[in-house]
Ligand binder design. Structure first.
Ligand code: P6P
Length: 321
């Protein structure tokens, strides 16, 4: 029997968020609609004039790709129309987008509309990552968004790969859905995703190895001595999804160029950490759990070591020195 993501979310809502009164399912269906729009453009990239830079740069100083712009607009449009959304934070926007429901909307959406976009022109998988927070009463603007990851209500990602997969957690397990193009619906294909306790692969950009912390270099040497394979796509969602399914570890440690790490805490590390922990894995920045970090700014970066309990646990022990 086909279980669509809408059906699944409604079931989750009835079981877990009875007070949500449809808000929660409406929110997630807004996200699935946006990602269907994005995947339709990605699948036709190269066939229409959608490739190449849009001539702008984003808050990160990165050249915006046209698909970046489209993806950002799609999420802002689909989520901004939902009554339950009070505020949105996007990698592509320097400031939070506060809606006219900032006092009534229950949720804040934080997202990276198209992560890995530098891979678009070479046909490598890219992804959308999202995190859902409750709007705290009496707190406004950026301060309302600066919540540690353990306060997330839900989080997930869409991987635009050989197929389009929507993975999410609402704090009670991890569920994966594959887009069935013939009916335009995400159908349940991974009913209860669990990350293997240990894997056989590590995923890191080895070009930076000379500037990693000494303990990280020693850790990677130990994995190589044990015969681990190295897999690095350079697209976070793709590298994480493989780690979720196969186990092992993905690392973006501090480097000389990015001493605080390159990846963003609020809309990359936190949502993936929520998924990882719900699937039985772990996510740390080094000596601290990712979801315990108190954010100081909405585009804050963090080191990220995420994956199976065994590999992440060993990194944690080794970095203690
Ligand atoms: P590097 C893509 O630009 C991205 O933000 C993530 O998707 C990916 O994990 C990382 O950067 C790759 O960074 O420095 O290895 O090219």
């Amino acid at each position: 029997m086909l279980i669509t993501v809408q059906h699944h979310i409604l079931q989750q809502q009835e079981d877990l968020f009875p007070e949500a009164r449809g808000n929660f399912s409406s929110l997630l269906s807004g996200m699935t609609l946006a990602t269907k729009m994005i995947q339709a453009k990605i699948r036709r990239a190269g066939l229409v004039d959608i490739l190449g830079a849009a001539g702008e740069t984003n808050v990160q100083g990165e050249a915006q790709q046209k698909l970046d712009v489209y993806a950002n607009q799609a999420v802002l449009h689909c989520l901004g129309a939902r009554e339950s959304v009070a505020m949105m934070v996007s990698e592509e926007n320097a400031q939070p987008i506060t809606l006219d429901r900032s006092e009534t909307g229950k949720y804040i959406i934080v997202f990276d509309p198209l992560d890995g976009s530098s891979n678009i022109d070479v046909n490598v998988s890219v992804g959308t990552i999202f995190s859902i927070l409750r709007r705290p009463d009496g707190v406004h603007g950026e301060a309302a968004v600066l919540q540690p990851g353990w306060k997330q209500v839900a989080a997930g990602y869409v991987l635009y790969g050989s197929s389009t997969i929507f993975v999410y957690t609402a704090g009670h397990g991890v569920f994966g859905f594959t887009l069935e193009p013939e009916i335009g619906a995400f159908v349940l294909t991974f009913p209860n995703m669990k990350m293997p306790a240990q894997g056989a692969m590590y995923s890191v950009n080895e070009a930076n190895v000379d500037t990693f912390p000494d303990s990280c270099r020693a850790y990677l040497s130990r994995l190589r001595e044990r015969g681990y394979s190295s897999r690095y796509i350079g697209s976070l969602v793709a590298d994480f999804h493989r780690t979720l399914l196969k186990g092992g570890v993905f690392l973006y440690p501090p480097t000389k160029k990015n001493p605080q790490g390159k990846l963003r805490l609020l809309y990359e590390a936190n949502p993936l950490a929520f998924v990882a922990e719900q699937a039985g894995g772990q996510a740390i920045a080094g000596g601290s759990r990712i979801m315990d970090i108190e954010p100081r700014s909405i585009h804050e970066r963090t080191p990220l070591i995420i994956g199976s309990k065994v590999e992440v646990g060993e990194y944690y022990e080794m970095q203690k020195g």
